[in-house]
Write a protein that binds this ligand. Structure first.
Ligand code: GTP
Ligand code: MG
Length: 674
C-alpha cells in the first residue's frame, strides 16, 4: 500500500493512454474524411509515440549519506522484500542512476565506464551508443542476483593520482577530496560514470522515472547533471538528515541546484528515527522533531510546512515487515500523498498543455469543417428546392451567377496561392536557420572564441557568443513568424471581405520560455566561473566538461525551438488552407447541381435524394468528430465551443517541458513546403 502514489501514477498512465487514443482517433478521422497531408498524419503519429514514452522524472538530490537511495528503496522497491539498491553508511551510490521502464527491451542495468570522461561526448550523446556501455541482463525473478547486479552502482576502483587528475576527478589542491586518498600515489574513484536501469516495476511501467544522484563532489564533476538532468526533472526531492542538520555543503546544493529550479522541489528531513528515544514521551519526541523542522526551514528560507520529516529506513522496514505502526511513525505516507497529489497532477498538466497546443486548434478546425460540410449540404438542398418550378432560363441565370462567383473565388485563391508560396519560402528559411547544421556553425564560432583556452575567461567568452548567436536566431524566428502571420492575415482578409468567410486569428510564436532557459545557462556559466575552485589552472578539464554540458543543453533547446516553429507554421497555415479548399469544394458541388438540373429539369428530385444520402454520410463524420472532441475536451479540460460561435483568439497555452524524445520529430519537413 502506498498512499495514493500507485493510484496516482496509474491515473497518470490512464490519462496518457486515453490521450493517445483520442489523438489516434483524430488522425484516423483525418485520414478517412479529408485530404490530410501525409506529413500531418506522421506528425500526429509522432505525437502519440512521444506521449507513450512520456515520463514523470523525479530526481533525488542531496549530499552523500542523507538517505536518497534508502528513500527510493522505501518508496518504490519495498515489494522486493529487501534493499534493492545499495544504501550504506558513507558514500554509496557512486554514479548518477536513472531507473525507468522500457518495454522494448529485456530488463538490464547499463553502466558507462568512468574512462568515457576522457572523451568529449556528452552522456546524452553516449546514451545513443550502446556499445560504450557495459550491459548486465537482469533476472527479476531472482532477488539475490538482482541485489548483486545493483551492487555495481557502488563500485569503485583505485587508480594513480595522475589518471584521476586526467579524468578530472582529482585535484591536489581541493581540500574536499581528501576522502579519496588511498595512499601516497593512489586515489579511489567511481568505476562507472552513469547507470541506466530498465526495470519492469508497475510504477515505472506507468511512466515514472527516477534519478538517484551521488553527493556534492560527484555532482560538480558531472556538469550535465546540474545543467540538464536536474533542471529538466519534473520534481526534485532534496534530502537532509537529522544527525547532520543543514551543513554548509547541504546548503550549497540546495542553493545552487535545487531551490531556484522552476520544477517542483521539496525538502525532506530524513532519519527522524534517530530522534526516537524510549525514555521520552511521544509528545517530547514530536517537539524535538518539530524544532528540527523549524530550524531546517529557517536555514533553507522556506516555511516549516514545506519540510517533510521522515525515516526512510523505518519506512522500508515497516513495508517489508508489513508493520503498519512503524510505517505510520516513519512519516513516509505524507510524502507519498504529496507525490500523488502535487507532483503527478503537475506533470499531467504539462502533458495536457502540450497536446492541447499541438492538436487543439487543428481539432477545432476539423470540427468546424465537418459542421460546415453539413451546413453546405443543407444549403444545397435549399438551392435545389428553390429551383423546383423554375424554367431553364432562370436556372441558366443562376448557373451563370454561380459560375461567376466561383471564378471570383478561384481568382482570390490564385492570389492566395502566390502568398502561400512566399510563406512556404519564408517557412523554409526559418527552419533552415534553426537546423542542426546552423547550430553546428554556432558552436564552431563559440569554440573559436574560446580559442582552445579552456579557462573560465575563455568559457565566458565562448558562452556569451553562443547565447548571443542563438538569441539572434530566436529573434529572427520571431520576426519571420510575425511577417508570415501578417502576410497570411492580409491574404485571408480578401476571403473574409469578398466571400464572407469567418475571420481567423492565428497564434503568435512564443519563444519566451526558451529564452529564459538560455539566460539560465548564462547564469550557470557565470556561477561556475565565479567559483574560486574552478578558476585554477588544474580545472581546465572541468571547464571543457562544463562547456560540453552547456552545449548539449543548448542544442536541445535549439531543436525544441525548431519544433516549436514547425508546429507554429502548421497551426497557422493548415487551418486557412483547409478552409479555402473546403469552400471551393462546396462551390463546385453547388455548381454541379445547377449544371445537372439545367441539363435536365426533371432531375431535381433525384439530385435532392442524392444530397440527402450524402448528408447522412457527413452526419456520421460530424458525430465522430464530436465524440473525439468531447473526449479531448474532457481529458484536457478545455471548453468545447458550441458550433457556430466565433473561434477564440490568442495563443493557446504553452507546456513547460523539455521533453527530449519529442526531438525525433525534428527531421520532419513541413508538408506544404514540398
Ligand atoms: N537511522 C536511519 N538511517 C538511515 C535512514 N535512511 C538512510 N539511512 C542510512 O544512512 C546511510 C546512507 O543512506 P543512503 O541511502 O546510502 O544515502 P544516500 O543519500 O543515497 O548516499 P550516497 O549514495 O552516498 O549519496 C545508510 O546506512 C542508510 O541505511 C533513516 O531514515 N534512518
Ligand atoms: Mg545513494
Amino acid at each position: 500500500m502506498n498512499y495514493g502514489l500507485e493510484s496516482g501514477i496509474t491515473r497518470f498512465k490512464n490519462r496518457r493512454d486515453r490521450l493517445v487514443k483520442v489523438v489516434t482517433a483524430y488522425k484516423e478521422w483525418l485520414e478517412h474524411h479529408t485530404e490530410a497531408e501525409p506529413e500531418q498524419l506522421l506528425r500526429l503519429y509522432d505525437l502519440t509515440e512521444n506521449l507513450k514514452r512520456d515520463r514523470l522524472m523525479v530526481a533525488f538530490v542531496a549530499e552523500f549519506s542523507r538517505g536518497k537511495t534508502e528513500l527510493i528503496n522505501a518508496l518504490f522497491f519495498s515489494d522486493f522484500k529487501q534493499r534493492l539498491l545499495p544504501s550504506d553508511a558513507g558514500r554509496t551510490t557512486m554514479c548518477p542512476t536513472e531507473i525507468y521502464f522500457d518495454a522494448g527491451t529485456e530488463p538490464y542495468i547499463r553502466l558507462l565506464p568512468i574512462e568515457t570522461r576522457f572523451r568529449d561526448d556528452s552522456i546524452n550523446a553516449l546514451k545513443r551508443l550502446p556499445v560504450e556501455w557495459s550491459t548486465i541482463k537482469l533476472d527479476v525473478s531472482d532477488p539475490n542476483a538482482m541485489v548483486t547486479a545493483m551492487r555495481k552502482l557502488a563500485e569503485t576502483k583505485i587508480v594513480f593520482k595522475v589518471e584521476a587528475r586526467a579524468l578530472g576527478l582529482w585535484d591536489e589542491n581541493d581540500p574536499n577530496l581528501g576522502y579519496m586518498v588511498k595512499d601516497q600515489d593512489r586515489v579511489e574513484i567511481p568505476a562507472w560514470r552513469y547507470a541506466m536501469i530498465n526495470y519492469p516495476h508497475p510504477l515505472l511501467e506507468s511512466g515514472l522515472a527516477i534519478l538517484d544522484t551521488p553527493g556534492l563532489n560527484a555532482m560538480g564533476a558531472e556538469p550535465e547533471l546540474t545543467i540538464s538532468a536536474i533542471p529538466n526533472a519534473h520534481a526534485l526531492l532534496f534530502l537532509l538528515a537529522t544527525d547532520t542538520g543543514v551543513t554548509q555543503s547541504d546548503f550549497e546544493i540546495w542553493n545552487k541546484w535545487v531551490s531556484k529550479h522552476a520544477s517542483q522541489h521539496y525538502a525532506v528531513l530524513n532519519k527522524i528515527d534517530m530522534l526516537w528515544d524510549d525514555l521520552k514521551t511521544d509528545e517530547e519526541i514530536g517537539r524535538t522533531i518539530q524544532r528540527q523542522i523549524e530550524s531546517t526551514a529557517t536555514q533553507l528560507n522556506i516555511t516549516p510546512a514545506s519540510v517533510m520529516a521522515i525515516s526512510a529506513q523505518k519506512a522500508l522496514v515497516g513495508k517489508i515487515r508489513g508493520d503498519q505502526d512503524l510505517l505510520k511513525r516513519s512519516g513516509i505516507q505524507a510524502l507519498e500523498v504529496m507525490l500523488a497529489r502535487e507532483i503527478i497532477p503537475s506533470r499531467e498538466k504539462i502533458m495536457r498543455e502540450s497536446v492541447v497546443r499541438e492538436v487543439g486548434p487543428l481539432l477545432g478546425e476539423a470540427r468546424e469543417t465537418a459542421h460546415n460540410r453539413i451546413q453546405a449540404m443543407r444549403q444545397n438542398l435549399l438551392d435545389l428546392q428553390a429551383l423546383s418550378g423554375k424554367n431553364q432560363q432562370i436556372v441558366g441565370q443562376m448557373r451563370e451567377k454561380m459560375l461567376h462567383d466561383k471564378q471570383v473565388y478561384d481568382e482570390t485563391t490564385r492570389n492566395f496561392n502566390v502568398t502561400r508560396k512566399v510563406v512556404a519560402q519564408q517557412g523554409w528559411e526559418l527552419l533552415a536557420r534553426l537546423d542542426d547544421d546552423r547550430m553546428d556553425k554556432i558552436i564552431e564560432e563559440s569554440m573559436m572564441a574560446i580559442n582552445d583556452s579552456w579557462t573560465t575567461a575563455g568559457l565566458i567568452k565562448g558562452m556569451q557568443l553562443l547565447i548571443r548567436r542563438m538569441g539572434a536566431e530566436f529573434d529572427f524566428a520571431n520576426q519571420q513568424c510575425g511577417g508570415i502571420k501578417q502576410l497570411l492575415n492580409s491574404a485571408y482578409q480578401r476571403f473574409h471581405e469578398i466571400h464572407g468567410m469567418e475571420r481567423m486569428d492565428p497564434p503568435n510564436l512564443d519563444l519566451s520560455r526558451y529564452r529564459a532557459r538560455l539566460d539560465e545557462l548564462m547564469v550557470n556559466t557565470q556561477e561556475f566561473c565565479a567559483d574560486p575552485l574552478n578558476i585554477m589552472l588544474e580545472k581546465r578539464f572541468m571547464v571543457k566538461k562544463f562547456y560540453i554540458a552547456l552545449v548539449t543543453q543548448a542544442r536541445i533547446l535549439f531543436q525544441q525551438v525548431r519544433i516549436e516553429a514547425e508546429t507554429w507554421l502548421r497551426l497557422t497555415l493548415d487551418p486557412i488552407v483547409v478552409r479555402i479548399t473546403e469552400h471551393k469544394a462546396q462551390l463546385e458541388h453547388r455548381l454541379e447541381n445547377l449544371n445537372k438540373v439545367h441539363a435536365n429539369l426533371g432531375s431535381i428530385q433525384e439530385r435532392s435524394a442524392a444530397v440527402s444520402r450524402d448528408m447522412v454520410k457527413i452526419k456520421v463524420q460530424v458525430d465522430q468528430i464530436e465524440e473525439i472532441t468531447k473526449e479531448f475536451a474532457l481529458l484536457t479540460g478545455i471548453a468545447m465551443r458550441p458550433m457556430g460561435e466565433a473561434p477564440e483568439t490568442g495563443a493557446p497555452p504553452h507546456p513547460s517541458d523539455f521533453n527530449v524524445p519529442r526531438l525525433r520529430a525534428q527531421s520532419r519537413m513541413m508538408s506544404y513546403c514540398s
